[in-house]
Design a protein around this ligand. Structure first.
Ligand code: PMP
Length: 411
């Protein structure tokens, strides 16, 4: 199996990530936890540093040049996000703290207005906690019900079961584009069609998707799309919610404060237009600049090629772990990307992670903020190796060697 990036290209890409050039416990760092957070290329680090070193001031209000430059750098993140998602208009992009805040915003602002007693929010059994708990909180407050579409033994969504659960009380369908615990890619376009046929809007949690596949919210036809920059080679603390203008315009503000108002009187305040209505307070200014740089970087590398590169690494790693006695993959859906989740008989996931760490291999061990997925598969935790554009065949070999050591230690 050949990788889409040539050796020279991959070496060049890896060299863009200064953090990778280090030893951990005397071994070269092998970073296999990009599903939790990706590392940052020099272009992003420089964009953030340049903002602070050369262009920093508060945004949107300064009449002076520095303030204008900072505003431009921050707003570049919004325009880049519009491009990334193929959204019609930049004003439909809200720059928030990340996917978690984006989903909470929809739950609190849209949800409080549209969800009442006896109504239902439909999610799937593979959601990250950030696409479960905000809906539970809303349901508790409004007397509504959280309905869950089940998944198959291989981690695929049971689409018919999801379709059966869309009914007259369904107010919103909220699904992951890609599962962080299983790697399953959901048929989001079909989900949107099913939901829209019944007049139900759809939110897509794209946290695991945007760095691996092209996303076109107009082609998908969804109503909201959320992601975090830190899983897209960008800074942590910033991310975006895209929403249809007419939905966002009709939604009440969520947090109150500076930036989000038009006029303020003690008797009554009026609110700014979107996106500012939803961006109370001073935002993550350098984050906006870093997000723009991250999107530029991913565009230059080519998101399709990044996805194809990770697919080959996933196939190689899936093959490599077959030799490990007692290893069971969790999540083997035909359409999956990016992550390899597994358990080994008689060895706790944390022990596997700790031994791999001694070999310089950084993987995740735990429930991956998806406890219901663990419950579904009857395991307390899994080991998860996940890939990014900088990973190589050698990284997969290091994982293979590390797992041999794990087995030796426990024999
Ligand atoms: N959804 C999915 C599928 C995720 O993988 C994550 C992050 N692990 C989130 C939502 C939440 O993202 P954040 O913590 O950046 O808000």
């Amino acid at each position: 199996m050949s990788l889409p990036f040539t050796d020279v290209e991959l070496a060049r890409l890896r060299a863009d990530f200064p953090i990778l050039d280090q030893k951990v416990r005397g071994k070269p760092l092998v970073y296999l936890d990009s599903a939790a957070s990706t590392q940052k290329p020099r272009a992003v680090i420089d964009a953030v540093a340049r903002l602070y070193a050369e262009d920093y001031a508060n945004v949107h209000r300064g009449v002076y040049q520095l303030g204008e430059r900072a505003t431009r750098a921050f707003e570049a993140g919004r325009e880049a996000t519009r491009r990334l998602l193929h959204a019609p208009e930049a004003r439909e992009v809200l720059l928030l703290r990340g996917a978690t805040e984006a989903i909470n915003l929809v739950a609190q602002s849209w949800g409080r207005r549209h969800v009442g007693a006896g109504d239902e929010i439909l999610i799937t059994a593979m959601e990250h906690h950030s696409n479960i708990v905000p809906w539970q909180m809303l349901c508790e407050e409004r007397g509504a019900r959280l309905v869950v579409a089940p998944i198959d033994d291989d981690g695929s969504l049971l689409l018919d079961e999801l379709a059966r659960r869309i009914g007259p009380r369904t107010r919103l369908v909220s699904v992951a584009h890609v599962s962080n615990a299983l790697g399953t890619v959901n048929p989001v376009q079909e989900i949107v069609e099913l939901a829209h046929a019944q007049g139900v809007p759809v939110l897509i949690d794209g946290a695991q998707a945007v760095a691996r596949m092209p996303v076109d919210v107009q082609a998908l036809g969804c109503d909201f799309y959320a992601f975090s920059a830190h899983k897209l080679y960008g800074p942590s603390g910033i991310g975006a919610l895209w929403g249809r203008a007419e939905l966002l315009e009709a939604m009440p503000p969520w947090q109150g404060g500076g930036e989000m108002i038009e006029t303020v009187h003690f008797e009554k305040s009026t609110y700014a237009e979107i996106p500012h209505k939803f961006e109370a307070g001073t935002p993550h200014i350098a984050g906006g600049a870093g997000l723009a740089a991250a999107i530029g970087y991913v565009e230059a590398a080519g998101v399709e090629r990044i996805g194809a590169h990770e697919d080959v690494l996933l196939a190689l790693a899936t093959e490599a772990v077959r030799e490990v006695p007692g290893l069971r993959l969790i999540g083997t859906a035909p359409h999956k990307v990016g992550v390899l989740s597994f358990v080994i008989d008689g060895i706790h996931a944390h022990d596997v992670g700790t031994i791999l760490d001694r070999e310089g291999v950084a993987v995740r061990a735990g429930h991956h903020c998806a406890q219901p997925v663990m419950q579904r598969f009857g395991v307390p935790a899994t080991v998860r190796a996940s890939f990014g554009l900088y990973n190589s065949r050698e990284d997969v070999d290091a994982l293979r060697r590390g797992l041999r050591t794990v087995i030796e230690v426990f024999q």
